[in-house]
Design a protein around this ligand. Structure first.
Ligand SMILES: *Cc1c(COP(=O)(O)O)cnc(C)c1O
Length: 221
């Protein structure tokens, strides 16, 4: 496993403007340092306590992205330093993120997670649920959060056409919401889609952020 070479191979394939989130969940600080030495500055974690434990051990110019399902009672662990929370799917969670952001005297960037895959999961919004959140009058009072775009995961499948279709759907949701609610908000510009197995398809469908773990750090246990 040559982390430096893996990063180089992936970066070669990313168009200008597409950010690489190196998904370091379950991986030790030593391997994250190795990626850092190779120039990588954005890392993704999916457990709040793990991310909070790694943060003080590594350089403070790292951007920490939270990519997993976040429970409201865990927001406080990452609120002091998190750069972007990718998978927000309720107003309740947005309220808690705002509350913790206020406590820390900062603003926290968030993406709304959509459910685009065929697999059953309790996470992720559909269009009606997203609009319900965006039209709720309570949202306007949350002055310390910024909604910067959408995130989604495609079905785990080898059927490229299905993956194309799901990512295209997410991009369509993005465009609709941009036009309806965020046309004056420059920060609403991100579509976080694409993992080790499907990021080339995600890029073809307009991804601005790919979240890649296995292809950089190797398989997880
Ligand atoms: C683990 C994870 C990834 C990275 O998956 P790989 O297949 O290892 O690249 C991306 N996004 C989310 C939300 C994840 O949980």
């Amino acid at each position: 496993m040559n982390i430096h070479q893996n990063l180089k191979n992936i970066l070669k394939e990313l168009p200008q403007g597409v950010k690489l989130i190196a998904v370091s969940k379950t991986k030790p600080v030593l391997l994250i340092s190795e990626a850092y030495e190779a120039g990588q500055r954005i890392f993704g974690e999916n457990k709040a306590q793990d991310m909070a434990a790694k943060f003080p051990q590594l350089s403070n110019d790292i951007e920490w992205h939270f990519i997993g399902h976040l429970q409201t009672n865990k927001v406080k662990f990452i609120a002091p330093f998190v750069t972007l929370i990718h998978a927000v799917d309720s107003l309740k969670l947005l309220k808690e993120i705002n509350k913790q952001a206020v406590k820390n005297k900062r603003s926290i960037n968030c993406l709304l997670q959509f459910h685009i895959a065929t697999e059953e999961t309790k996470f992720g919004l559909d269009m009606a649920e997203a609009e319900e959140i965006l039209e709720n009058h309570e949202l306007k009072k949350l002055g310390n959060i910024k909604i910067c775009g959408l995130m989604g995961m495609a079905t785990f499948t080898s059927k490229a056409e299905l993956i194309h279709k799901e990512f295209r759907q997410l991009r369509s949701y993005f465009t609709q919401l941009k036009n309806k609610y965020f046309s004056a908000k420059a920060e609403f510009k991100e579509i976080s889609m694409g993992m080790s197995g499907d990021y080339t398809i995600a890029i073809e469908e307009g991804s601005t952020m790919v979240r890649i773990g296995t292809k950089i750090f190797g398989a997880r246990n």
